[in-house]
Design a protein around this ligand. Structure first.
Ligand code: NAD
Ligand code: UDP
Ligand code: UDP
Length: 322
């Protein structure tokens, strides 16, 4: 560690939706931040307010290639997260998860850094257990269109636990459930950003399938607070730990909330349900409550209002600090 409690922290995927807010929080906590991103789905706009900060550094780099730097902690967030983006170049998605994990674990091993993996509820696939707890092994189609992401993330978890057992690397694995908030990419195709952008533009709201499938939506700030807590746990807390909001909604209910909060007159249109789309998803966060003393604090209504404010400013070309 370089002096006191200030740490040198590497955030891969640091220009993305979650990574950029994580970088900001780490700077606020007094750390030095090295943000690494290849800008596949991330944007400079997300970190523009950090570029001049003396404790912030940006490196354009693809994590599928080796990276030699000296750091105390690594948050491995690099990976496209929305189905349209991760299915755009599926081989690259698997490489990002698998080669990226190998390189970051090799780095953590060499410098003795703690490393946190942004894993996902997608490791549970289309789950047959509800709500999902960490002991469930999942139900994933290994050859379907979502497999590049789901199996890539599963293999990354395997690598994390093997580097931990074999090389005593200090790992932390969090399984992130659907998270939303300001700085989501307006065209990334995820449901919350799609619905808000469609509502604000007065375009039809696209319901895939009959809208009865469920998700549980966690606000960005809650999610990052959980990740920071996880990184600061004792070495024997390695996870996996679910981080998400256990308030479950159908997609139709989400559409109705977005319409009510935006005051939009958009209609609802039905589109086909994508292949292997999970029917029901909701985290059991008992382990996070117990081991991290963490639970979400932001209601769906409050989080949606802040997200709507962000997209409203973005679409109008106004700058916002959200
Ligand atoms: P995002 O697409 O906004 O961010 C991903 C970032 O990684 C982008 O900045 C992108 O440019 C960068 N990236 C992609 N491939 C890279 C590569 N090869 N090298 C370097 N950088 C690369 O998505 P997000 O929602 O912020 O997700 C961040 C992480 O959290 C991802 O690992 C994702 O799998 C995980 N996650 C997110 C959610 C969610 O609901 N947001 C849910 C589960 C897991
Ligand atoms: N690596 C890296 N940065 C480092 C150390 C390693 O990117 O500081 C990469 C390196 O390219 C290697 C991978 O991490 O291929 C795995 O490293 P490890 O030491 O586990 O394996 P090895 O070098 O023996 O293949
Ligand atoms: N979805 C939808 N309309 C959209 C985008 C998504 O009905 O415009 C549905 C999608 O089929 C899925 C849910 O919303 O059932 C969440 O989709 P998202 O891509 O946000 O996340 P994931 O499927 O990875 O959980």
């Amino acid at each position: 560690m370089r002096g006191g409690t200030r740490k040198a922290v590497l955030v891969t995927g640091g220009a993305g939706f979650l990574g950029s807010y994580l970088c900001e929080q780490l700077i606020e906590h007094g750390h030095e931040v090295l943000c690494v991103d290849n800008f596949f789905t991330g944007t400079k706009r997300n970190i523009a307010h950090l570029l001049d900060h003396p404790r912030f550094e940006l490196l354009r780099h693809d994590v599928t290639f080796p990276l030699y730097v000296e750091v105390d902690e690594i948050y491995n967030f690099a990976c496209p997260a929305s189905p349209i983006h991760y299915q755009h170049d599926p081989a690259q998605t698997t490489k990002t998860s698998v080669h990226g994990a190998i390189n970051m674990l090799g780095l953590a091993k060499r410098v003795g850094a703690r490393i946190l993996q942004a894993s996902t509820s997608e490791v549970y696939g289309d789950p047959k257990q509800h709500p999902q707890n960490e002991d469930y092994w999942g139900h994933v189609n290994p050859i379907g269109p979502r497999a590049c992401y789901d199996e890539g993330k599963r293999c990354a978890e395997t690598l994390f636990f093997d580097y931990h057992r074999q090389h005593r690397v200090k790992i932390k694995v969090v399984r992130i459930f659907n998270t939303y908030g300001p700085r989501m990419h307006p065209n990334d195709g995820r449901v919350v950003s799609n619905f808000i952008v469609q509502a604000l533009r007065g375009e039809p709201i696209t319901i895939y399938g009959d809208g009865s499938q469920t998700r549980a939506f966690c606000y960005r700030d809650d999610l990052i607070a959980g990740c920071l807590r996880m990184m600061n746990t004792p070495d024997d807390v390695v996870g996996p730990i679910n981080i998400g909001n256990p308030h479950e909604s159908t997609i139709l209910e989400l559409a109705e909330s977005v319409l009510a909060l935006t005051g939009s007159k958009s209609s609802l249109v039905r589109k086909p349900l994508p292949q292997d789309d999970p029917i029901q998803r909701c985290p059991d966060i008992g382990r996070a409550r117990q081991q991290l003393g963490w639970e979400p604090t932001v209601s769906l209504e409050t989080g949606l209002k802040r997200t709507i404010e962000y997209f409203d400013a973005l679409l109008a070309g106004r700058t916002t600090r959200l």
